[in-house]
Unconditional design. Structure first.
Length: 102
């Protein structure tokens, strides 16, 4: 297997037909950056609550960005991802919230 494709065999999605198809051959794949996600959340008036990820990653993030203990600053997360490219290798999984209006 070529070096460029070795990462593929390490992905859990590679070992299931439907997930592999989605991973490699999805007919309507949308590649989003954290900056774009932040933009559409702002456009829709939604608040970013946080990511679903390994607690060790969140601990690393908090150690790197001590000014964001809630882990909700998407600019910081974009920097963290640039420094740790495998952080969101599968996909971004996160929670959002519609603010309560009085």
């Amino acid at each position: 297997m070529s070096v460029e494709l070795q990462w593929l065999s390490q992905q859990p999605d590679y070992y299931s037909m439907s997930e592999c198809r989605d991973l490699l051959f999805h007919v309507q794949e949308h590649r989003l950056t954290l900056g774009r996600i932040e933009s559409f959340l702002a456009e829709l008036g939604l608040r970013f609550v946080g990511f679903e990820l390994d607690p060790r990653v969140l601990h690393q993030y908090r150690a790197r960005f001590t000014d964001d203990p809630s882990g909700t600053n998407l600019h910081n997360w974009a920097s963290f991802e640039a420094e740790n490219p495998d952080t969101f290798i599968g996909m971004y999984q996160f929670w959002i919230q519609q603010p309560i209006t009085a």
